[in-house]
Design a binder for this molecule. Sequence first.
Ligand code: NDP
Length: 330
Amino acid sequence: MKAVQVHSFGGPDALAVEELPVPTPGKGEVLVKLELAGVNYIDVYMRNGSYGRSETYRTPLPMTLGMEGGGSVAALGTDTGTVAVGDRVAYCLARGSYAEYAVVPEGKLVRVPDDIPMHIATALMLQGATAHYLTHSAFRLTSQHVCLVHAGAGGVGQLLIQLAKRNGAYVIATVGTREKAALAKARGADATILYREADFREEVLRLTSGRGVDVVYDSVGRDTLPRSLRSLKRRGTCISFGASSGQPEPITLLELAEAGSVFLTRPHLADYMASPEEIGGRASDLFKAVGEGALSVAIDSTLPLANARRAHELIEGRTTRGKLLLDIAA
Ligand code: NDP
């Protein structure tokens, strides 16, 4: 089978399309014939070595990249029973989806309902689940809350805005361009901040009459985290869930006190997708929202598997507005 491999950590040119044997599912595992793979920022971190020491997301070399996929069940390992050969399935957080086949633990698979197209299901598995746990579990947003969402026109950002609005919160989004501001507004943001034209913290304080926001969802990291903490209301919560601009400088404990006795958490999606029940619950809530017309899933573009390098250049180059997918058969 064709698979996109990484032999040593590096830039997009560390990705190479190679021929590998089709893997065999073992105990509790399922062989999935992939139609689509999702491209996510976590793939960049795994490709460039940022997760070289992660216990949660292991990156042994050589490895087939890709943490999100959609397709059909091709074969079952032993001790399986919740899916059957031919079922339409999607999943995230099992490595190896930039390939024609992947072996996936059965507990990570969700069955894709007939009325949900495969590209929508695949696109929702990782970024959708992230937006879901951020708005429902890491901090449960309600109509009493004001939140700040960085990278509001991004893949996670657009879904996060919509789920935050569905929960009734007031949403302020930061974006890099006017076009992205229009997109974040179209997704429901109540206010947008062009961070290249104005200091986002000053704008947040202006928009909240000096109070600050209840929660910041910060995926940008190095460029934003210190000011995100200072954009919070007293005893507010900062969720630092990514580092698109690089890993932030360490924050001292006293800084949390000085910022208003605020709370800071740095979650991994894996800890909020901790059981088959949790994975299935988030997926069915997301599919339901799509079915009700309450959640639009923006597909930025779909590239052939052989163009995985290009896909990484696009996501790192800040040009994507929504989900990047790889078409496995193209
Ligand atoms: P995005 O579509 O959000 O792409 C990244 C965006 O970040 C860019 O489009 C850009 O938007 C903004 N950005 C700001 N500064 C930079 C910079 N220096 N370099 C590149 N981009 C920058 O990607 P995803 O939706 O796939 O992921 C968003 C973030 O969420 C990532 O950091 C990812 O690691 C994180 N994540 C975390 C998870 C978790 O559970 N912890 C799970 C899933 C994702 P703009 O032009 O508007 O500035």
